[in-house]
Design a protein. Structure first.
Length: 203
């Protein structure tokens, strides 16, 4: 093998190493809300399109000032698309549905919200507050079998999720029900290097 081929093989190996390393290091995100902070690990290794999409909105400040506009205590909490005045924010083009990535809609996971069209997810997301097997991918036949793409997991702040989960709701235009009576605001969504040290529970 000549020097050129050796150098080329070495370059490919190094490039492959950095790709593997990047995928192995799933980003951590802090979602600061009016109820407290929620920390998420985003599964860039399993849901690269969904994670890149979520981070692009986050890095542009799109989520700042949006609300959790749909809260169902036995199902999920949904946000990322409406202002405090319940005005829909304009979004980018829809993304590919990655629900066939092997991840399940288990309690504490975050997934992409969408319309009946399986390929219609944009900025909105939801956090499962219980295991929701009916939302998992089972095939590409129709909107129900396609399921909803999980792209991360709450790793700290599930107490905040539960506080949001049990907030009183009512109907507010343009929604007939399930809107928190008191606005629950997403103040910011930012990438962080590590989780904060949790304070020990009081004795």
């Amino acid at each position: 093998m000549n020097k050129f081929k050796i150098a080329r093989v070495f370059t490919v190996l190094v490039f492959s190493f950095f790709i593997h390393t990047a995928l192995a290091e799933n980003p951590l995100v802090k979602m600061q809300t009016s109820k407290g902070d929620i920390y998420l690990e985003l599964y860039a290794d399993k849901s690269p399109v969904s994670v890149a999409n979520f981070l692009s909105y986050a890095n542009e400040g799109f989520y700042d000032g949006t609300i959790f506009h749909r809260v169902i205590s036995t199902f999920m909490i949904q946000g990322g698309g409406f202002t405090e005045a319940l005005e829909r924010k304009p979004t980018k083009a829809p993304i590919k549905n990655e629900a066939n990535n092997g991840l399940k809609n288990l309690k504490g996971t975050i997934a992409m919200a969408r319309l009946p069209d399986p390929q219609s997810a944009t900025s909105q997301f939801f956090i499962n507050v219980q295991d929701n097997a009916a939302l998992n991918f089972t095939g590409e036949q129709n909107t129900n079998t396609w399921g909803y793409a999980v792209f991360g997991q709450v790793v700290q702040g599930m107490d905040v999720v539960n506080e949001i989960r049990f907030t009183p709701t009512a109907g507010k235009m343009p929604f007939r029900k399930d809107v928190p009576i008191e606005n629950i605001v997403i103040k910011s969504v930012t990438v962080v290097e590590q989780l904060p040290v949790e304070k020990p529970a009081a004795l």
